[in-house]
Design a protein around this ligand. Structure first.
Ligand SMILES: Nc1ncnc2c1ncn2[C@@H]1O[C@H](COP(=O)(O)OP(=O)(O)OP(=O)(O)O)[C@@H](O)[C@H]1O
Ligand SMILES: C[C@H](N)[C@H](N)CCCCCC(=O)O
Ligand SMILES: [Mg+2]
Length: 252
């Protein structure tokens, strides 16, 4: 995986915080002066704005990197129904083509120092013709970071994900435990260490739960907390953004 300049953010489930984590990572890198590309290759459950479909995930990622571009490369497939993408695509009479996604990703990678790609749901989500999100990750030749819940049950879900990633030849950069409560229960106290030691993957970070209701404020709050933590720079390097950011710093 020589000098890959992107990371694919997957999760142990839908709703675990892939978008929030992706937006936080994107904003952290943008704050370091990097040109960060963002991509949500397939969005199901889009909202309709007039005659257009909109990916709320992609809109938050674009905001995180201060872009208002309407670049279709960021969202190659926009699907209506909030279902597995393979089903949503069938209902919309759309055929998801990995080569279209790869071409879009490569154009973004050519324009930016680093690209953050958010998957739909988890690793084994069906996209098209029996192909899974894991197959798309391999097609894009990207490593993954796995977003996990902090609560009881996360060990099984996370190890299933990291084990499967390895079985499918996907490099796992590590695990980010998201939505971590300020007053963890016993299971939550043990979870980060257990995930780091049992998964064979690095524990890249623990992102706190933010009580903010507004998504922008929520992301900004988590970013400001993480920017005060010296371990954040190491996390960004582990994700593969370190090379890009150190190059950026050296050319300043
Ligand atoms: N650290 C956090 N603190 C507070 N709320 C959070 C946090 N992370 C995620 N959430 C909330 O949890 C919900 C799900 O998060 P998010 O949309 O990022 O999940 P997802 O994994 O991207 O879901 P999908 O599979 O639909 O893309 C959102 O309402 C989000 O605001
Ligand atoms: C609609 C949702 N927000 C995601 N975009 C798609 C989640 C697909 C999950 C499929 C499954 O694991 O059963
Ligand atoms: Mg999302």
């Amino acid at each position: 995986m020589a000098n890959c300049k992107g990371i694919f953010i997957t999760g142990t489930d839908t709703g675990v915080g892939k978008t929030i984590v992706s937006a936080v990572l994107a904003r952290l890198l943008a704050n370091k002066g990097l040109s960060v590309g963002v991509m949500k290759p397939v969005t199901s459950g889009c909202i309709e704005v007039g005659s257009k479909l909109l990916s709320e995930d992609a809109e938050l990622l674009k905001w995180a990197v201060h872009t208002r571009e309407d670049d279709p490369d960021m969202t190659p497939y926009l699907l209506r129904e909030p279902l597995a993408p393979s089903v949503a695509a069938e209902l919309d009479k759309v055929r998801i083509d990995f080569s279209i996604i790869k071409a879009a990703y490569e154009r973004l990678a050519a324009k930016h120092d680093f690209v953050i790609v958010e998957g739909a749901g988890g690793l084994m989500v069906p996209l098209a013709g029996g192909l899974l999100t894991a197959d798309l990750i391999n097609h894009l030749n990207l490593p993954v970071a796995v977003v996990a819940r902090p609560n009881l049950g996360t060990v099984n879900h996370t190890l299933l994900t990291t084990f499967t990633a390895r079985q499918m030849g996907i490099p796992v950069k590590g695990i980010i435990v998201n939505n971590y409560p300020s007053a963890p229960d016993k299971a939550e106290e043990y979870a980060p260490h257990m995930l780091g030691s049992l998964s064979g993957a690095a524990l890249l970070g623990v992102f706190p739960h933010s009580p903010r209701l507004d998504q922008h404020t929520l992301v900004e709050e988590i970013v400001s907390i993480l920017e005060q933590d010296p371990a954040t720079a190491l996390m960004l390097r582990e994700l593969g953004a370190g090379a890009a950011s150190s190059t950026k710093e050296s050319t300043r």
